[in-house]
Write a protein that binds this ligand. Structure first.
Ligand code: FPP
Length: 255
C-alpha cells in the first residue's frame, strides 16, 4: 500500500487529539540519494529538503503536534565534503532569514539545540535572533537540532553535574534521571513520543538518545525531499496502532 493510501487522502487533516503525538522527532534522511537517483548534485537534494521541511512544519501545526524536533546537521556531518557543509550552513541561514517571519506569524516558537561555539558568528547570531523573536509564541515549538550530537549533549550534562558535585552543590547520591534530563538542552521539553526517519535507514545516528528511551519509531520508505503531509499522517497512524507500555503491561479491557 502506498503511503498516501495508508494515510487516506492527503487533504485529510483531522486525527483525534488522543492519537496525535505531543512531540515528534524527525531524522530528515535521504536528500543525497534523492538527488543522485535523479542524476542531480547532492546539494539539490538538500535544497529540496528545505521545501519538505516547510511542508513538515505546516503539517505538524495542522495536525496539532506541539513539539517538532528536526535533525538538520549532526556533530558528525562536518566530515562531509566542504562544499556540502557550506551548502548546509547556507541553507540554515536561508531558512532562518526567509522563513522566520512566517514562523513567527504562525505563532511558532523556535528553539535551537546543538553546539554553537564552532559555528560562524553570523549563524550564531541568526540562531539567537530566531529564539529571541519567537520566545513568547505559544503554538508549535520547532526544535532545530543543528550541529547536534546526543552523546556530546549527555557528556556536557554529566560534566556540569560533576562540576557541581566537586563544588559541593550536589551530592553524588542525588544524581538521578530527572537531574540529567534537566541538564540536557531539551530540558523542559517532553520526551519525543514518535521519531520518524525517512529513507528506509533504521538507526538513531546520535539523535536524542537519552530522550528516545520510550519513543516509538517509524521508518518511512521515502527520501526526505518527498516528505509531505500524507507521509506525516501515515507515521501518526502507525504510531496510533502501537501499544505504548513504558515497561509496564497493557491494561486489560474491563469485563
Ligand atoms: C540527510 O540526508 C540530511 C542531512 C544531513 C541534512 C538535512 C538538511 C535538510 C533537510 C535541509 C536543510 C535544512 C536546514 C534547516 C539546514 P543525506 O544527505 O545523509 O542523504 P543520503 O543518506 O541519501 O546521502
Amino acid at each position: 500500500m502506498s503511503l498516501r493510501a495508508a494515510a487516506g487522502e492527503a487533504t485529510v487533516t483531522e486525527r483525534s487529539p488522543a492519537v496525535v503525538p505531543v512531540h515528534v522527532g524527525v531524522i530528515m534522511d535521504g536528500n543525497g540519494r534523492w538527488a543522485t537517483s535523479r542524476k542531480l548534485p547532492r546539494v539539490e537534494g538538500h535544497r529540496r529538503g528545505v521545501e519538505a521541511l516547510r511542508r513538515c512544519v505546516r503539517a505538524a501545526r495542522e495536525v496539532g503536534i506541539r513539539f517538532l524536533t528536526i535533525y538538520s546537521f549532526s556533530s558528525e556531518n562536518w566530515s562531509r565534503p566542504l562544499t556540502e557543509v557550506r551548502e548546509l550552513m547556507g541553507l540554515l541561514k536561508l531558512f532562518l532569514r526567509h522563513d522566520l517571519a512566517d514562523l513567527h506569524a504562525d505563532n511558532v516558537r523556535v528553539k535551537v539545540i546543538g553546539e554553537r561555539d564552532n559555528l560562524a558568528p553570523d549563524i550564531r547570531q541568526l540562531l539567537v535572533d530566531a529564539e529571541a523573536l519567537t520566545c513568547n509564541n505559544t503554538g508549535l515549538t520547532l526544535v532545530v537540532a543543528f550541529n547536534y550530537g546526543s552523546r556530546q549533549e549527555i557528556a556536557a550534562a554529566v560534566s556540569r553535574i560533576a562540576a557541581d558535585v566537586a563544588a559541593g552543590r550536589v551530592r553524588p547520591q542525588d544524581v538521578d534521571v530527572d537531574m540529567i534530563s534537566q541538564r540536557l538542552e531539551t530540558a523542559g521539553i517532553p520526551d519525543p513520543d514518535l521519531i520518524v526517519r525517512t529513507s528506509g535507514e533504521q538507526r538513531l545516528s546520535n539523535f536524542l538518545l537519552w530522550q528516545a528511551a520510550y519513543s516509538e519509531f517509524v521508518f518511512l520508505p521515502i527520501y526526505w525531499p518527498d516528505f509531505d503531509k500524507a507521509a506525516l499522517l501515515a507515521a501518526i497512524d502507525e504510531y496510533a496502532r502501537r501499544d505504548r507500555r513504558f515497561g509496564g503491561v497493557t491494561k486489560c479491557p474491563g469485563p
